[in-house]
Design a protein around this ligand. Structure first.
Ligand code: GLU
Length: 448
């Protein structure tokens, strides 16, 4: 079977980690199976859909290096929906309802107070033609519901296993608004049929929608696709993703300097039985991707885990792989030796700026023991320097002062960088260069 999937975002907000995950899993499934990915923009909500969100979604996907094979927008497909709507009206699957939102709300409240499930009571099915005309005469426009068949609904979900619903336990979904515009359920099902979607991968918040959709596929004469409902991410303690983290947009992560590969590596494995690994090549992620390994358990999203993964991935990247991004950060002067020296100290690529600053200055040296530093300065080997200079120098300082370990190295590091941690000093010494090293070691004298 040739596989065709779709990622169907609504352009009503920024793309956040949760929908980026659905997008990535859908994309990986397509690529791992030589399938086709349709990017479908679900913009039936004309009030809330915005071009800028659509743009941000596409930018986010491109940043993650996800490509799609075709593209559709629901707002361009009104004619297709109209034809199918006529068909569903003719076959009696769509029926007009005249209740106002307030009347529906009252019904719901009264059902709940009687401890009944708030299922639509189908009162509109009993309306006579005269009653409908009377509503119309009063200026009411109908919304249209899909008449669910009261029979079992079953599917075998890739993630959830066998799922069972009963049509009688569900409210007939509204498919057309009072203004005649079709709603998500209808457009989604029609598109899934028309585009020949074989697998629908989406969040588990859609499970009960799917129960209705299964019957809608049948009503439209089509076989339902295979479904995979992914559990929604929780925060690291298992709670609902907080607003702050839940709304962590791809743009925020991009601006923070995160590697796309760390998001891909995390999302390809989080919630699956495979361990999370730092991948540097997307082909390796694709080759090892298996949708059937995803389980129903709620995956915990921990931003710190993402950053740890980011550090590991960054530590593997060659100078060539990062050169253009260093340029973007204004670090075009950074050469390969510099990159290799600071790479192990980076959590994200933007940290490179900090180490550039430490090497090139200005920095404020921290010198608590001026005499010791003065002694060290006297013992500094003459240039030219190489990677052995540091050990030659510190051996001489050790010999002369009797210091060793932290007592020897920490004051030197603080004098040279103003910091207590950082890249290997043997490398850093060369990157700082003789002139600046001397200047920094002399700092206190100058200040004095
Ligand atoms: N636009 C829907 C959403 O963002 C798509 C759900 C689906 O994949 O069908 O939730």
């Amino acid at each position: 079977m040739s596989i065709k999937v779709r990622f169907a975002p609504s352009p009503t907000g920024m793309m956040h980690v949760g929908n980026a995950r659905t997008a990535l899993i859908t994309w990986l499934f397509a690529r791992a199976n030589n399938g086709h990915l349709l990017l479908r923009i679900d913009d039936t909500d004309q009030e809330r859909s915005k071009d800028e969100y659509e743009q941000a979604i596409e930018d986010g996907l491109r940043w993650l290096n996800m490509n799609w094979d075709s593209h559709a927008r629901q707002r361009d497909r009104g004619d297709v929906y109209d034809t199918k709507i006529e068909m569903l009206k003719e076959t009696g699957f769509l029926y007009p309802c005249y209740e106002t939102p307030e009347e529906l709300d009252l019904k719901r409240k009264s059902q709940l107070s009687r401890k009944l499930p708030p299922i639509y009571d189908r009162e509109a099915l009993n309306l006579s033609d005269e009653q409908k005309q009377a509503y119309e005469a009063k200026g009411r426009k109908p919304h249209w519901r899909f008449k669910l068949m009261h029979k079992p609904i079953e599917w075998d979900d890739i993630v959830r296993g066998p799922v069972k619903f009963s049509g009688a336990d569900l409210s007939d979904p509204v498919l057309i608004r009072e203004d005649g515009s079709p709603l998500y359920h209808l457009c989604s099902v029609i598109d899934d049929i028309e585009y020949g979607i074989t697998h629908v991968i989406r969040g588990e918040d859609h499970v009960s929608n799917t129960a209705c959709h299964v019957q809608m596929f049948e009503a439209l004469g089509a076989k339902p696709p295979i479904f995979a409902h992914l559990p929604l991410l929780s925060d690291k303690d298992g709670g609902k993703l907080s607003k702050r983290i839940g709304s962590l947009s791809l743009k925020d992560l991009q601006e923070d300097g995160l590697e796309p590969m760390s998001i891909i590596s995390l999302m390809a494995r989080l919630g699956s039985s495979d361990p999370i690994e730092p991948f540097t090549k997307v082909d390796d992620v694709i080759a090892n991707f298996d949708l059937s390994k995803f389980s129903r358990g709620t995956p915990k999203f921990d931003a710190e885990e993402l950053y740890r993964l980011n550090a590991k991935i960054l530590h593997e990247l060659s100078y060539d792989q990062v050169k253009s991004r260093l340029d973007d950060l204004g670090l075009s002067a950074m050469d390969e030796d510099f990159w290799l020296a600071i790479r192990p100290n980076l959590t994200k690529i933007t940290d490179a700026k900090e180490w550039w600053q430490v090497a090139k200055g200005p920095v404020t040296p921290v010198i608590d023991e001026p005499e010791f530093i003065a002694q060290a300065l006297d013992l500094l080997p003459a240039a030219p320097w190489d990677e052995n200079t540091w050990s030659t120098w510190t051996s001489a300082v050790k010999e002369a002062t009797g210091r060793k370990g932290k007592q020897l190295f920490m004051p030197l590091r603080q004098a040279l960088t103003g910091m207590e941690h950082g890249p290997e000093l043997a490398l850093l010494l060369i990157l700082i260069g003789e002139e600046k090293v001397k200047e920094r070691l002399l700092h206190n004298k100058k200040a004095a």
